[in-house]
Design a protein around this ligand. Structure first.
Ligand code: 26Q
Length: 818
């Protein structure tokens, strides 16, 4: 057992140097006298990986010994970004590594830039999963993450002539030092086939005879906690051809075709689906969902059976969290495993399923909830379809007891949706089974209760819980804004806030302190300088550091209203054009930064990106405007771009039409970094206003409960004259591409303006004007900025995870003692 107690590897800077050089020579296979930055990064990453593995082994051995109830977090997406800096910080050996590298003639930060992003997710939901893994590890919870190891992550966005193009993300091409391939941890996953009726122990039952088997191979990704030795596991499954399958084809001599068809198995984990609801009902998507769910559940049940025989104990040892309805086929799979394989009674199995599952919904609109056509499910997973029918039959019987013959209600609550395409409502399946249904902000939960799942809420009010999202301060302050991190620790006199973020409220006391103001402004300026350099390298636009850096970075979507932002920019431009020189002197200079990806099939979103470029072209090249206004589109927005942009922002925009953003988590990252928010009263912004005081942000626009009535009024609602004027400029071809932009203009005028841009425009401009006025008074601005950071404590994923642990999962920390 040598090394177990103290850790086998040494962490002083001399040992680290030796270790890095060994990895250069033996892992990367380069001469230790001649290697470049990328090779140095690889060697460094392997040296960090060794240390991660050490803790991860200890943690899992300890979990095994203690056998606590574990939480299994199932998600089709994890947006981890880069791992290097985060790992060395969480391991607590950042300074030692920095020293070791300096002595080898390298710079830690330069090497960190060599790493590509792990982008196995689309946006909010996926980054939330990553933040929650960090919190689970840091808070010592016995947790596992399960997902898919896509070979291609989210597409790379390139911009050609202002238009978005998509390119594949070959993220594994140069190897991935952060994962451990586990060829011996693999499970067969079955698809297709037929059902056969048989009599077993005098009972009629259905036997599934699958038609295809694909092997799921585990890739483990250690997730280190901060300030603890615990490192938990994110297990991602890759599809490999199964050896059990198709031996027949070899013996029949069709060797070449047999090999080719084997290779097809791998397509299951090939590519991440971009978030586009029009992809619903696709066979490959369903196969991805079932593939990772089936492998994960086999793994979980195997682990349970290592120590237990009786499934009565299962709910005491296992909690399953499903991240949106994407993994909800797991409910049918648990039933299949318990009934068909473990031979439990249906009612016993259902009781177990109801005690282990909880779900978090991230959608607001009923249209955002997944449906799977019955024909598709029946073909790919015939036994699961039958199980879902049985669950539904029993649900309907139960509902009849409460609602009698109210067939409208019964059909709304049914798991089966009748209609042109008969479908399975995955959300209703989740609601029928899960003991807890979580919303991601207070307003979101309210919408779920009163609109989306009204019937279910009336029946089972106790299931509905609010778990307002949070993000991890480790990634979003400590890793991405080290200067702010030092300032906070210095003024609080402790680093304890990194694990206990409530302490950050202590900064309020110094919100007016001139010395803190000086340090705060310097920090912001240095971060802005870094961002300005990045902007210039990428777009050749030079920006002034005295300007307000005004940022909107997130997925491009109509409801997020990047178009409102651009129309606001056009208004600002129009005003500047009509000013004389003395008026111009009073203008607060702005750099308007927009970034984000549009789903490849989402035409409107792609037009918005083009409009942004068209406006930027005009504005940035207009000598009348100069430094008063610059417009920048940052291409290929991802986690590491966010880490650079957020610390360098003054103002950030969150413009969703009220009632459309379930929570929003970007705003929390800006808040922590002391950027002021300009936002609608939507999602988590409502709770942010409560924490920091509405007077410290710029709120505008229609409220959640006003929106339906405003929509009723439809086209009779006209926007202001100012709105008409800016839309007219686009219509008239002031920015070119007149025909191409016509439909964007139609949507917000004749088309009914579903997202209420016209209605909110005047109030938006007022909020923008208020931001300008505040920026002029730099002392006031800095004070608001400090109060934003100081009020961000609630929005840590540590708080969210503690709420989940106590209120949904019933788990306790399990801290590795050595
Ligand atoms: C669905 C079907 C087929 C293919 C893809 C999808 C798909 C994929 C991803 C549908 C939705 C998503 C992602 C949704 C998402 O990110 N939602 C966001 O979740 C955040 C975390 O809770 C919230 O803060 C955001 O408000 C919410 O939009």
């Amino acid at each position: 057992m040598f090394g177990l107690m103290d850790g086998f590897l040494k962490n002083d800077s001399i040992s680290l140097q030796k270790d890095i050089l060994d990895h250069v020579e033996f892992t990367v296979a380069r001469s230790r006298f001649n290697f470049d930055d990328f090779e140095a990064y690889q060697a460094l990453a392997h040296s960090v990986r060794d240390r991660l593995i050490e803790r991860w082994h200890d943690t899992h051995q300890y979990f095994k010994k203690k056998d606590p109830k574990r939480i299994y977090f199932l998600s089709l997406e994890f947006l981890m970004g880069r791992s290097l800096t985060n790992s060395v910080i969480n391991l607590g050996i950042q300074d030692q590594y920095a020293d070791a590298l300096t002595q080898l003639g390298f710079d830690f930060e330069v090497l960190a830039e060599q790493e590509g992003d792990a982008a196995l997710g689309n946006g909010g939901l996926a980054r939330l999963a990553a933040c929650q893994m960090d919190s689970l590890a840091t808070l010592d919870y016995p947790a596992w993450g399960y997902g898919l190891r896509y070979q291609y992550g989210l597409f790379r966005q390139i911009i050609v002539d202002g238009f978005q193009h998509e390119q594949p993300d070959f993220w594994l091409n140069f190897g991935n030092p952060w994962e451990i391939e586990r060829v011996h941890v693999s499970y067969p996953v079955k698809f297709y086939g037929t059902l056969k009726e048989e009599v077993l122990n005098g009972k009629k039952c259905k036997i599934w005879i699958p038609g295809e088997s694909v092997e799921a191979v585990a890739y483990d990704n250690p997730i280190p906690g901060y300030g603890t030795r615990n490192a938990i596991n994110l297990r991602l499954w890759a599809a490999k051809p199964s050896d059990q399958y198709d031996m027949e084809s070899y013996t029949t001599g069709d060797y070449i075709n047999a090999i080719v068809s084997r290779q097809k198995a791998e397509t299951i984990s090939n590519v991440l689906y971009p978030d586009d609801r029009s992809y619903q009902g696709k066979e490959l998507r369903l196969k991805q969902q079932y593939f990772f769910v089936s492998a994960s559940l086999q793994d979980i049940i195997r682990r349970f059976k290592d120590l237990h025989r009786n499934f009565d104990e299962f709910p005491e040892k296992v909690a399953l969290q499903i991240n949106d309805t994407h993994p909800s086929i797991s409910i049918a799979e648990v039933m299949r495993m318990l009934v068909d394989e473990e031979h439990l009674d249906w009612s016993k199995a259902w009781d177990i399923a109801c005690r282990i599952f909880s779900v978090t919904i991230h959608a607001v609109q009923p249209e955002g909830l997944e449906k799977i056509p019955v024909d598709l499910l029946g073909n790919v997973l015939p036994r699961h379809l039958e199980i879902i029918y049985e669950i539904n039959h029993r649900l309907m019987e139960e509902l009849k007891k409460s609602f009698g013959q109210d067939y409208d209600k019964l059909s709304r609550m049914s798991i089966i949706e009748e209609g042109a395409v008969k479908s399975i409502r995955m959300a209703n399946l989740s609601l029928a089974c899960c003991h807890t249904v979580n919303g991601v902000s207070r307003v979101h939960l309210e919408t779920l209760k009163t609109r989306v799942f009204k019937d279910f809420y009336e029946l089972w009010p106790q299931k509905f819980q609010c778990k307002t999202n949070g993000v991890t301060q480790r990634r979003w302050i400590v890793v991405s804004n080290p200067s702010l991190c030092s300032i906070i620790s210095k003024w609080l006199g402790t680093e304890a806030w990194i694990r206990n973020v409530d302490l950050i409220a202590g900064l309020r006391e110094y919100a007016k302190d001139p010395d803190l103001h000086t340090e705060w402004k310097n920090m912001k300026r240095v971060n802005k300088m870094r961002l300005a350099e990045y902007i210039e390298t990428l777009t050749s636009v030079k920006v002034s550091l005295d300007a307000m850096f005004d940022v909107q970075i997130k997925r491009i979507h109509e409801y997020k209203r990047q178009l409102l932002n651009i129309l606001g920019i056009i208004h600002r431009y129009d005003c500047i054009k009509n000013m004389d020189e003395s008026d111009k002197r009073r203008v607060v200079p702005r750099v308007c930064i927009i970034g984000g990806k549009a789903a490849p099939g989402y035409e409107v979103a792609k037009k918005i990106i083009k409009l942004c470029h068209a406006v930027a072209d005009k504005v940035n090249n207009d000598p009348d405007v100069g430094d008063l206004l610059k417009v920048v589109f940052i291409p290929d927005y991802n986690v590491s771009v966010a880490e650079l942009v957020i610390p360098g922002s003054d103002l950030s925009q969150h413009l969703s039409t009220a009632g459309h953003e379930a929570s929003g988590t970007g705003c929390m990252k800006f808040l922590m970094n002391g950027c002021l928010l300009l936002a609608t009263a939507d999602g988590s912004a409502v709770e942010i206003a409560e924490e920091i005081g509405a007077e410290n942000m710029f709120l505008f626009g229609a409220k959640v409960d006003e929106v339906p009535a405003l929509r009723e009024k439809g086209t009779t609602l006209k926007g202001s004259l100012q709105f008409a004027r800016v839309v007219r400029m686009v219509r008239d071809g002031y920015f070119g591409f007149k025909d191409y932009f016509k439909s964007l203009c139609d949507n917000v005028e004749d088309g009914g303006d579903f997202y209420l841009l016209g209605y909110d425009f005047a109030s938006y401009l007022e909020a923008q004007a208020a931001a300008d006025r505040a920026f002029v008074d730099q002392e006031k601005w800095t004070q608001m900025s400090i109060l934003s950071t100081a009020g961000s404590g609630k929005f840590s994923s540590d708080r969210t995870i503690e709420e989940y642990a106590e209120q949904s999962w019933g788990i306790e920390p399990c801290k590795c003692p050595f």
